[in-house]
Design a protein around this ligand. Sequence first.
Ligand code: ATP
Length: 359
Amino acid sequence: MVTITLQELTKRFSGSVVLSSVDLQVPAGELFFLLGPSGCGKTTLLRHVAGFYRPDEGRIWFDDEDVTRLPAHRRGTGMVFQSYALWPHLNVAQNVAFGLEERKRPRREIEHRVAEALDQVKLQGLGTRKIQQLSGGQQQRVALARALVIRPKCLLLDEPLSNLDAKLRLEMRTEIRHIVKEHGLTAIYVTHDRDEALSMADRMAIMDAGKLVQVGVPQDIYRHPATRMVAEFIGETNFVEGRAMRQSSWAGFYDVETPFGTLRGRTNDGTWQPAAGQPVVLSIRPESLTFGTVVDSSNRIPGHVVDTTYLGATVQYLIQVHGGPLMKVCETNPQEIRLPSEDEVRVMVAMNDVVILRK
Ligand code: ATP
């Protein structure tokens, strides 16, 4: 397992910048996620680590070895593709053995390692099956076994679960994480599925237009998004426009004037301070809004319920804020369900859950 370091990586395709001076370090043994909208450059970044692309500028290091110019087959990376990229004319064992055949390993070693890899992905006994005789989930496992069999320095996964149905996707999340951790592998996993990233990642980066906008552990990114794009991409949220007034009497918190009164919140990491009068946008997650009482909060938002959706474990409300926007409220395990009505309600939010972002 290796520490992967990307240093000021830049890539242009036909003159347009697809990766823009990307700096990133993925420590040995970490399961790291690249998450971002379609076309932001995730696959391009992964392919640079694999060695399929050369950067226009910048360097790639595996530990202290500069691999920027090293061809893919000499990097020792295992790659799993969205399409699986299995050979239909070869059986399961032959598909898995491919990387070892290429490396001209002795026959007995190949047989032993293929059996071991099939065991790891729970496909023992299926070595002689044809690829067409496997389910999508089993094909995905063959692709994983083929990457693992070469005992890679790092594992690179490009949307490996997108072709599976929802139930299988959930199962495979746990399994892939388990395999990566059991082998102590450094892994980079590309997806645009935020639940996959939130539930599996040790750390993750949110990418947008060829740049890493924010890097951190899932909880931090969810609770402390750095920009409006990150806040929206990583989960549902309500945006409220306003104008910063002043630092509040609580260190690190600011009062923001909105069309429906003053809300107190914090910036995402405490390093940025909005100037008095500066236009800002607030991000408030639906589950942090409540009809109950919030201990530390002076944040009360008046409105009325315009829509109620019962979802079993949760109830979602749309609140028309008086003098403000529509806001989504999500209550977990509610005792009482409120129906749409003109009656005024007050939703509350702790000041810690109001994130002030640059507009
Ligand atoms: P998706 O989630 O849709 O797979 P992505 O974030 O992985 O998207 P990339 O596949 O890395 O995005 O593509 C980034 C940009 O680079 C896109 O605009 C794409 O059209 C462009 N691009 C990717 N590969 C090439 C190539 N070989 N030649 C020219 N342009 C390319």
